[in-house]
Design a protein around this ligand. Sequence first.
Ligand SMILES: Nc1nc2c(ncn2[C@@H]2O[C@H](COP(=O)(O)OP(=O)(O)O)[C@@H](O)[C@H]2O)c(=O)[nH]1
Ligand SMILES: [Mg+2]
Length: 194
Amino acid sequence: MAKLRIEFLKSCPGKTGLPVDGLPEMAFIGRSNVGKSSLINRLNSGPKVARTSSRPGCTQYINIFTTNKNFYIADLPGYGFAKAPDRLRRQWTEWIGWYLRERQTLRGTILLVDSRHPDLENDLSMARFLREGGKPYIIALTKSDKLKRNKLAQSVRTAGEMGPVIPVSSVDGNGMNELLKWLTTATATHSARS
Ligand SMILES: Nc1nc2c(ncn2[C@@H]2O[C@H](COP(=O)(O)OP(=O)(O)O)[C@@H](O)[C@H]2O)c(=O)[nH]1
Ligand SMILES: [Mg+2]
């Protein structure tokens, strides 16, 4: 299976830390614990580069990774963890809202959605936000290994309301080639603003 060579570059707490060399960027976003770090690690040909855990974190940093395909991966902080204080939620909305709306080099977004919960309100509103933003995005329906075939098909249909769907699994590798193809195509496509 084709893979990327991914390396961690840096953690950015705000705009000033983001790369300025103009290389295209692809964002990964989703609820905490949806499987974002695992997916980035699975796409990578080398050892783990993204930290995985079973406990939702609440870091507000955007983690930037380099790839051998001349684009950056931006790992955005997860949303939707119930216990976050209001102050943290406001910060998240401001910083990530700014990033998704204004980041000139952003070429596309992978919205990760748990295949067992394909219709959660915060995922639906993120999908709406991305659609309104007008840049390419795709729904990566995570942990597809956890569902039987017909349940997964049902989940793909439900998630299809939000946009184009690729079911993926970091455990058995389902969907990785398709996701990789989408990533490389979207990074090569110039947006109207660049
Ligand atoms: N069965 C299964 N479990 C997964 C998969 N991806 C992630 N997980 C588990 O889900 C939990 C959260 O994963 P993580 O990658 O840290 O999520 P993040 O918070 O979105 O970065 C961990 O316990 C992972 O082992 C998957 O594709 N299949
Ligand atoms: Mg993570």
